[in-house]
Design a protein around this ligand. Structure first.
Ligand SMILES: [Zn+2]
Length: 437
């Protein structure tokens, strides 16, 4: 069975030629109970604020109550690792001009926050330093934002979960049970927005508060450089909010820094349905030549909501949040969909594979010739050979530079009818270096 396809239990379909990347909304609902809305990535250069909700989307199951997740609110800024390519989005919630490039995103997320089903919203950040209620030094002081649960005021009278200060205190206390270092302790920061903070009056949380809906900001510290530790603290606080709201959940991993580190190493898969191409992003090489693409449109999906394919001059960049996975050098072709199954000989045994899948090979492979189609093994060539079917190929026959993965063991086999691209197979040879371990 194909592991890549099995992994894609939920998919985010995106079109790379649309002018802006829109955020995704993942709803995990059981119907009854309270609803928590978690919003990540309002600031594109604060990865703790968007990799944590990605993990929430990918690995948490809700058993009662409801969890809505926006992991990538300011997606255009995330892929550029910029606080805000159109200015600070978190200063646009009091008023925004219709011509502002963030207008649609801000208007859409306001509707989401005000949805009658939503009981409480969280806005996730990485902030400067470590918040303390007194001034200790340049990193630990009352102006810092990091390692804090932020409230705009003590309470919202008559609102469900309106006791903001009490909830924030409880969340911080629970987060502090499991600190990697004592100085990472979480504290509650009340910005007293209505009377003391003009800037925060334009923020997402204050928009929510003034509409009588509880909202909190969670800030891990920019001074903590390990992403897995920031994601750990973010998830700890989010879980505590779920406990308070009686939202029952299960997750497929132990909540500790080591397991989060392992999960973050999985970049996910990328599927391009129009050309029937599936890529394992965790193993992908940093640059791939002769990548077949459709000129008119690129529609793709991933099981990781932070994956985006961005046009960059003549190339395409595959991003996982602010991390560049690979640069594709496109080979534009018209697509033709008449092929579905390919006959092969894998290590001397007859076999068949669906177009678009990966085939695992030990020593050699041979693609059976197909009448009317040209077979092109990228990385193999011999003068005078036009179609490369019927030829037994071993790793030593291939130029490693054309492999598509970091370990240089996976090669594209592409199929053409006249000049039209009909799809490809990825041939993966056993990784000898790995086998020796
Ligand atoms: Zn921020």
């Amino acid at each position: 069975m194909n592991k890549l396809i099995l992994a894609s239990c939920f998919l985010f379909l995106t079109c790379a030629f649309s002018s802006n990347l829109h955020y995704s909304t993942i709803k995990k609902e059981t119907g009854s109970g309270s609803t928590l809305l978690v919003i990540g990535g309002i600031h594109g250069d604060e990865p703790g604020g968007y990799f944590a909700p990605m993990l929430l989307a990918k690995y948490y199951k809700i058993e009662s109550g409801n969890l809505w997740i926006v992991p990538n609110l300011n997606f255009d800024s995330i892929v550029k690792n910029s606080r805000g390519i159109n200015g600070d989005m978190n200063r646009k919630f009091a008023k925004i001009e219709t011509k502002d490039k963030d207008f649609d995103i801000v208007s859409d997320v306001k509707k989401l926050i005000l949805n009658p089903k939503v009981d409480l919203s969280l806005n996730l950040h990485d902030g400067q330093g470590f918040y303390r209620d007194r001034n200790i030094d340049k990193n630990f002081n009352s102006k810092a934002w990091g390692q804090a649960t932020i409230i705009d005021q003590q309470q919202i009278p008559n609102a469900k979960y309106g006791n903001l200060a009490e909830i924030a205190k409880k969340v911080s206390k629970e987060t502090n049970v499991d600190l990697a270092e004592d100085v990472h302790e979480f504290n509650v920061k009340d910005t007293k927005t209505k009377t003391q903070d003009k800037a925060m009056q334009q923020s997402l949380t204050y928009f929510s508060i003034t509409n009588n809906k509880p909202a909190f900001a969670i800030e891990t510290s920019k001074n903590i450089t390990d992403l897995s530790l920031k994601a750990f603290y973010q998830l700890k606080t989010i879980e505590e909010f779920m406990n308070i709201m009686n939202i029952k959940f299960t997750r497929s991993f132990e909540l500790n820094q080591a397991s989060i580190k392992a999960l973050l190493e999985d970049d996910g898969i990328l599927e391009i349905p129009t050309t029937k191409i599936t890529l394992d992003l965790s193993t992908l090489k940093s640059s791939i030549r002769y990548f077949p693409m459709n000129k008119d449109k690129l529609v793709y999906s991933s099981n990781n909501p932070l994956v985006a394919v961005i046009k960059d001059k003549d190339d395409y960049k595959i991003m996982n949040g602010n991390i560049l996975i690979s640069t594709l050098k496109p080979d534009y072709n018209e697509f033709e969909s008449s092929l579905s199954d390919i006959n092969l000989q894998i290590d001397g045994k007859k076999s068949s594979a669906k177009i678009g899948t990966q085939v695992n090979v030990k020593n050699n492979f041979l693609v059976e010739p197909i009448n009317g189609y040209r077979i092109n093994v990228i990385g193999w060539s011999k003068p005078g050979v036009i179609s490369e079917g019927g030829i037994k190929i071993e790793p030593k026959d291939l130029v490693k530079g054309y492999a598509i993965d970091k370990s240089e063991t996976t090669y594209m086999v592409q199929f053409y009818k006249d000049k039209k691209f009909c799809g490809m197979l990825n041939i993966k040879f056993e990784d000898e270096k790995k086998m020796k371990k």
